[in-house]
Design a binder for this molecule. Sequence first.
Ligand code: G4F
Length: 359
Amino acid sequence: MDIGDGKGAAIQHWLVRQRMGSKNNSKRAVITGITGQDGSYLAELLLAEGYLVHGIVRRSSRTVRPRLDHLTCDDSVYRQRLFLHYADLEDLTTLRRLLVDIQPHEVYHLAGQSHVGVSFEIPESTCDFTAMGTLRLLEVMRDLRPSPRFLHTSSSEIFGHPTVVPQHEETPHVPITPYGAAKSFATNMVRIYREAFELFACNAICFNHESPRRGESFVTRKITQSAARIKLGLQTELPLGNIDAQRDWGYAPDYVRGFFALLQADAPTDCVFATGTLHRVRDWLEIAFGHLDLDWTEYVVFDSRFQRKADPARLVGDAGKARRLLGWQPEKSFEAMVVEMVEHDMAVQRELVRSLPGR
Ligand code: G4F
């Protein structure tokens, strides 16, 4: 069902199908996780490429979708070229019905419980959503005629404690977190379905990727947001876990370009998307606080709540295959990305201050 405005579901459905039919020269894409960082950038990219975009949205009491507001508030886009539908990854019958109705050319499966630390608290739902949710979708793909091209966003967390540095598509999986294990299962299932059922199914094996649309509980956005709030006197300290943790951090819109390119390739395969460079959490602190003329050492405090039970080390990707096969390479530098996020957070927090009562 198209997410409605009070009109009957059947009428909405008919209207959507009419519009889909009237533009049947356009390619149709489905995105699970369209409300997230990557999903919102991917929706923009696909709309710009002329696609009709169908987003799958979890049913919840929250109807605010800030990363999509600019699209859903645009009458020339929303319900014309962008459609949102309620479905949960646990709900196979609804997923199947939607996919049969839409008959997409491409399915981008981005949804999942994406917090690695939280996966220790909710391992069962992490596995159900991230691992089994992917398998359920693959089962629908298997039955669709014609079968759409399918992309699953896998994660560097599958490598856990890697035996090889940097990691590439053939590096053995050694996950050390429930999230990593769930992603490893899903990644293997995509490969197995590709080989056994000849699906055009691909894994985009993504190392960390950030942007101003990153969720606020990830360490990068937590740092840029806190730096802005400290600068404006809204916050006095920043509690963090291990600031010597290292990651290969890239820029989300660069990676989303890679997802699209991967599904346009001649044959299905898996590709690593990464920058190939390691940074520490403390590099984020240096650049973000430094950009605002602040000394981070005056504000950062250690908080054991943010220390992981297990944290992968030396996760750094070799994106050579994506470069050779797709001509893909990251464009934004690490420093430019951090500064963009800090400036975005300064603008957001200034606006918040302006809206406070008495201002
Ligand atoms: O920002 P993070 O929470 O990202 P993490 O765990 O690497 O996971 C992200 O990237 C993966 C690879 O692409 C994705 F699969 C996953 O879905 C997600 O997008 O933590 C980064 C590092 C960790 O080593 C963590 O221990 O930062 C360290 N850290 C230190 N203090 C902290 C904090 N992480 C968080 N979230 N909060 C802290 O206060």
